[in-house]
Design a protein around this ligand. Structure first.
Ligand code: AFP
Length: 349
């Protein structure tokens, strides 16, 4: 058999090497590459991301079999601190994040939508200098209909010793986050994260049980055609938001997408551009979304990708939380589309 010319052989080898290298770019390795360091802090961040990835795999596994197992779907019959009915998957996912950080020596406190107060893991506290804030299941109304869901996470360095267990240091702005991201449970499971050095996505390869690098340094388009908002709330919005939506209705080039899980909607916008809105309403001026474990982590991701996130009056990442479960209006996405909504809020057009 005739041999391929040497240069062609070399190219084939290079392609194979690149493919192998990509297959080996797991999340924990990527964090170390990003930080270009094996320092203790780099190792910590890498280990933190690895544990979050494990939580994502456990939740994805349960979701993928939910329709086949007893006791996975439906409500528990309880109501959480937000006054919302709790789903069995919410409880499971909340416990998964706690469980993966036990015996980690990394995370002393976890705070989530499902728990009124932060959860302390006492064995980690003498050395665990990090706090995890998270929404274990974003879009839980999608659970029982086999639609996309998400988990949102944010990591902060613990400030002070928190001896009184009040976790007062968490009442700080989103600029204090050292890492943030989300896991999207869709046709495939994806993990998107930032440590302040761009935004990177990983896809779970079920045959390996590993998240493998999909795209590095994702940039959000300056503008996109999608606007994503629950228009059923039109009647209870302030006039500027109604005016913006009327503007979209009469302007060519817009298309509506709204899934009920903002991780899905914002992921689409990250890749294709556009704007997601959850504004305040007349009875609830702060809206629905929680600042510390929903809006701020997503704002960190979108800003790192070149987008913007605002309440309509100030950048989400500048808002200093007054309480753990604080809510905030959210307008997030492509810079030009966010600016358009802002202009309606601030100037009326
Ligand atoms: P749940 O996680 O409580 O289902 O809320 C999901 C969410 O926070 C966000 O993911 C959705 O975009 C938004 O709420 C949907 O809320 P509406 O049903 O009020 O539009």
């Amino acid at each position: 058999m005739a041999r391929a010319p040497e240069s062609l052989e070399l190219n084939t080898n290079e392609v194979a090497d690149k493919a192998l290298d990509r297959d080996c770019t797991t999340l924990s390795r990527h964090v170390l590459q990003q930080l270009q360091s094996f320092s203790p802090q780099a190792q910590d961040l890498s280990a933190l991301m690895n544990r979050i990835a494990l939580a994502g795999k456990l939740i994805a596994r349960r979701l993928s079999r939910a329709g086949l197992m007893e006791g996975v779907l439906g409500f528990t019959g309880e109501v959480n601190v937000q006054g919302e009915s709790v789903k069995k998957m919410d409880v499971y996912a909340n416990d998964v994040f706690i469980s993966v950080f036990k015996q980690s020596g990394l995370v002393c406190r976890l705070a989530s939508e499902e728990m009124e107060k932060p959860y302390y893991i006492p064995e980690n506290c003498p050395i665990g200098r990090y706090t995890l804030l998270y929404d274990p299941i974003d879009g839980s109304s999608n659970t029982d209909t086999n639609l996309s869901l998400g988990s949102i996470f944010s990591i902060r360095q613990q400030e002070g010793s928190d001896l009184n267990g009040e976790a007062a240091d968490l009442l700080a702005s989103g600029r204090q986050q050292i890492a943030a991201g989300y896991i999207l449970y869709g046709p495939s499971t994806m993990l998107v994260y930032t440590i302040g050095r761009g935004v990177h996505s990983f896809t779970l390869d079920p045959s390996l049980g590993e998240f493998i690098l999909t795209e590095e340094n994702i940039r959000i388009p300056d503008h996109g055609s999608v606007y994503s908002v629950n228009e059923g709330n039109f009647w209870q919005w302030d006039e500027p938001i109604r005016e913006y939506v009327r503007y979209v209705h009469r302007t060519e080039g817009y298309t509506a997408r709204y899934s009920g899980a903002m991780v899905s909607d914002i992921h689409r916008i990250l890749l294709q551009g556009g704007v997601f809105l959850y504004p305040g309403t007349l009875p609830k001026p702060e809206g629905k979304l929680r600042l510390l474990y929903e809006s701020a982590p997503l704002a960190f991701v979108i800003e790192q990708a070149g987008g913007r996130a605002t309440t309509g009056h100030m950048d989400i990442l500048e808002v200093v939380a007054k309480k753990l479960h604080q809510r905030t209006p959210l307008i997030i996405g492509s810079p030009k589309d966010v600016a358009k909504v802002e202009s309606f809020i601030q100037n009326g057009h």
